[in-house]
Design a protein around this ligand. Structure first.
Ligand code: AMP
Ligand code: MG
Length: 390
């Protein structure tokens, strides 16, 4: 059996970055920027006022000074002239600072009477001017590859970039397998259950920026599985769920191989999720997840998500890990790397008492997956341990 890290290396070899496409900025959030976006202008494009007040020359900014108001500068409407000795211009936030002025006295420090103003007795030292280009300058860039956050999108807009080149969304076909499964909303017979992790994985793929497609459930027959693989045609990644163990009804590996799947590996030394398989199937990568709901979801985070990131053009690396203080003692670990549902509260991490791979309710309430290395020695409360955020 290979390790999680060896399995990841195999998986990274099965996928590569997809081609770019151009999308309007309004659709760019969450997408992965392919090449650096370069500012097409300075921001602000002029020295602008940061406050509502009066633009004055430095020489005139004496406490108690009297000045004559000769005009107004508002956002979007500059004052065309320039300020001479003893003069001032009424100015508002976002307006270009008139020629001659070197600071803005805030309106709270000014008394006005007709065209005359008197400056207060105590003036602050700030200029209240945002210099041209103080946010960014023409030619400054936002580096790639990068998943665009809402803040990034705001920055790109400010740079006057109306469309961006992003990686095409990976098309992922999700095939649930099993005679016992029905779709949510259907009426199961007494021996049936609802396909659940299929939808959890769909949600995870949505979050990752993929384009998932939930295919009809494949039954535990060769013909039904063959039909499902046929429907998956055109996907970049085919993800099967269940049917990957060694039971009489576990046909996924056999059928996939008969259809030409070149298997990269089968079985990984981890808990939960041992019966994992992967390979190349025509132009697509194939990932065979275990059926147990928690195993499927854990493998989704540990294996599927990093594959999607590579397809999106992001670096090939495992699910990011953080560390926290253990909030209880733990007995010696087992021979397989263990991903435990755990609560993270106030920087302390405590694994759930039950870790059976069928218990989705515990997964839903867990904050993180605590990762125990294979053959982990007994651990004490207060030890530093690693986890993956959910
Ligand atoms: P299998 O790997 O097909 O033997 O499935 C292992 C366990 O996971 C069985 O209890 C299945 O009923 C369950 N299972 C398989 N696929 C799903 C699914 N898509 N949603 C929920 N449970 C599933
Ligand atoms: Mg099954």
């Amino acid at each position: 059996m290979i390790t999680v890290s060896e399995a990841l290396d195999h998986l990274f070899a099965l996928v590569s970055p997809l081609e770019p496409e151009t999308v309007p900025l309004a659709q760019a959030g969450g997408r992965v920027l392919v090449k650096p976006a370069v500012a097409r202008r300075d921001q602000p494009p002029f020295d602008g006022s940061a406050m509502d007040g009066y633009a004055v020359r430095d020489e005139d900014a004496d406490p108690g000074a009297s000045l004559t108001v000769i005009g107004e500068a508002a956002a979007g409407h500059r004052f065309g002239g320039s300020i001479g000795p003893g003069q001032t211009v009424r100015i508002f936030t976002g307006a270009p600072v008139p020629k001659g002025a070197s600071r803005v006295v805030i309106q709270e420090d000014v008394t006005r009477n007709g065209d005359q103003i008197t400056l207060g007795s105590k003036l602050d030292a700030k200029t209240h001017i945002r210099p041209a280009g103080s946010d960014f300058k023409i030619g400054d860039s936002l580096d790639a590859p990068r998943r665009l956050s809402p803040s990034d999108v705001a920055l790109l807009a400010s740079m006057n970039i109306a469309q961006v080149e992003v990686t095409r969304k990976p098309r992922v076909a999700l095939i649930s397998t099993g005679d016992e499964l029905v779709m949510p909303g259907e009426t199961p017979s007494p021996d049936q259950i609802i396909a659940s992790n299929t939808f959890g994985l769909k949600a995870l793929l949505d979050q990752l920026g993929a384009e998932p497609r939930v295919l009809p459930i494949a039954r535990d027959t060769r013909s039904s599985l063959e039909m499902a693989f046929e429907l998956a045609e055109g996907a970049d990644l085919v993800v099967t769920i269940g049917g990957a163990s060694v039971g009489d009804h576990d046909l996924v590996g056999d059928v996939a191989q008969d259809l030409g799947m070149q298997q990269a590996f089968y079985k990984v030394a981890m808990r939960p999720g041992k019966p994992l398989m992967a390979g190349q199937m025509g132009d697509a990568a194939m990932l065979g997840l275990p059926g147990n709901p928690v195993s499927a979801m854990v493998c989704g985070h540990v294996f599927m998500a990093p594959m999607i990131r590579v397809m999106l053009g992001l670096p090939a690396c495992p699910a990011p890990r953080q560390t926290a203080r253990l909030g209880c003692d733990m007995l010696k670990g087992g021979p397989r790397e263990h991903y435990m549902r755990a609560a993270l509260d106030d920087g302390e991490i405590v694994p759930e008492g039950r870790q059976d791979s069928s218990l989705l309710s515990l997964l839903a309430h867990a904050d993180v997956l605590l990762v125990r290395p294979a053959e982990d020695p007994p651990r004490q409360k207060g030890d530093q341990v690693e986890y993956i955020a959910l």
